[in-house]
Design a protein around this ligand. Structure first.
Ligand SMILES: [Mn+2]
Length: 443
């Protein structure tokens, strides 16, 4: 991740603090490191909330935000250690971390336990996600007890515990111009990687080879991590929603569904394309594909400020029900199927989700009993699909084993919307001619 944009992070912290009330303290730890096997760790990725507020990317760090007084941003992190750094890589150290994060004070992480009671003193409201961090879950009650012990003279201990998720995740839901720029990059890099896969694919390749190639294309463009494990699903594997085995050969005559997105500077892309392994859709594949595409277009048209966030889903489901009746996959009339959710047999998930630092980004979908309304600066995926089970005896044989999903990343703008992932072809003709060019190149 790039050196942080100081002003941007400072303004996020300021806006969050404004919502926490007087004498509040928010404690935000970064993610713990996780062992993969024996002494090998999984690659570290900072916690999204922590990163959003600090821009600091090292493990073993805790941020404290305090309302009403200075210092109001205190960071605990690892000290420099030349011996360990020779083995495991450089650390920012306390001074480096102060410069990187803009913290008012920086202490060694080892001092956290000892300094905690003093930091809690005089704070009425404590914001912390209980149960999210084993060490803090143990240290916080201890720190409060120690403070109470010395408090016969009247030390102020926190009176109430609050969930930081609510104000913080509301903020994360509306992307700033700087965030939108990064998300544009993440989506563009990933969409281009999808396009490259289409041209590169040949029958007989393994699903995991496409996953590897996708990651390669992303990394070449600076998206160093994947936002989630890629789904590369040939033929009927596409009907498994979160298929990640990716270990089958891709056969001519089948479709392949690729749901993959790179992560750029912490921000996720989440894009799905479904295309024919041999470069040509069969009539059945084409009919279902056109229907999903039509549903996706209807859904995307509903993305604009003021519309309920469920509007894209409703539009997609309407198109799908009508189309499924027309193709004979559902019995009419379409309005009855729509009412009883007949489409759920073939389309069992929702049409999208928020997108941001997390691929399923945080923030509520409802306000009270109502769907919340879309606002400029939100980013969501639009991903209708159809999955016809290979063993579904109730449908004509020719449809069985076809799974199709088409997913784009869409920014809500003041005027309506903007598709961030449009560099990946999705019209039938466009895909076929683009793949044919690839076959010429290979010949
Ligand atoms: Mn998605």
């Amino acid at each position: 991740m790039k050196p942080p944009m100081h002003k941007e992070y400072a303004s996020r912290r300021r806006r969050l603090l404004q919502q926490l009330g007087k004498q509040a303290l928010a404690i935000i730890p970064t993610a713990p490191t996780r062992l993969r096997n024996n002494d090998v760790e999984h690659p570290f990725r900072p916690d999204s909330d922590f990163f959003y507020l600090t821009g600091f990317t090292e493990p073993e760090a805790i941020a404290l935000l305090l309302t009403g007084k200075r210092p109001n941003f205190i960071l605990f992190c690892r000290e420099r250690d030349p011996k360990l750094e020779r083995w495991n890589g450089l650390r920012a150290g306390l001074e480096g971390a102060r410069k990187l994060s803009g913290a008012d004070q920086v202490f060694a992480i080892e001092e956290f336990e000892q300094r905690l009671p003093q930091l809690l003193e005089g704070r009425r409201r404590l914001y912390y996600a209980i149960g999210s961090h084993a060490l803090l879950d143990r240290l916080l009650p201890q720190g409060i007890r120690r403070l109470q012990g010395k408090g016969r003279g009247g030390a102020q201990v926190p009176e109430s515990l609050h969930n930081l998720d609510l104000p913080l995740h509301e903020m994360r839901l509306i992307k700033s111009p700087a965030e939108i720029e990064l998300m544009r990059q993440a989506a563009s890099i990933s969409a281009q990687a999808h396009a490259q896969l289409m041209r590169w694919l040949r029958p007989g390749m393994m699903e995991y080879q496409l996953a590897a190639r996708f990651e390669h294309e992303c990394q070449q463009q600076g998206a160093r991590r994947q936002a989630y494990p890629a789904i590369v699903a040939g033929g009927a594997n596409a009907c498994i929603l979160h298929y990640t085995d990716n270990d089958c050969p891709l056969r001519a005559g089948d479709l392949v569904l690729v749901d993959a997105g790179g992560e750029y500077q912490g921000y996720a892309a989440d894009i799905t394309r479904t295309f024919p392994v041999n470069g040509r859709f069969s009539p059945e594949q084409r009919a279902l594909y056109e229907l999903v595409l039509q549903a996706q277009q209807a859904a995307i048209e509903q993305v604009r400020p003021g519309n309920p966030c469920n509007a894209p889903h409703e539009a997609a489901v309407q198109v799908l029900c009508r189309g499924l009746v027309k193709l004979g996959l559902l019995k009419g009339p379409a309005s009855r199927q729509l009412k009883r959710g007949g489409h759920k047999r073939f389309f069992m998930h929702r049409t999208g989700h928020w997108l941001g630092l997390d691929v399923h980004d945080l923030g509520s979908y409802q306000q009270g009993d109502d769907w919340r309304c879309l606002e400029a600066g939100m980013v969501l995926t639009v991903e209708p699909a159809l999955y016809i089970d290979a063993d579904d005896k109730k449908v004509d044989k020719r449809w069985r084993g076809i799974g199709i999903r088409i997913e784009d990343d869409v920014l809500v703008t003041a005027e309506g919307h903007q598709i961030l992932s449009q560099e990946a072809p999705k019209q039938v003709d466009e895909i076929e001619s683009w793949m044919a060019q690839g076959q010429v190149l290979k010949a």
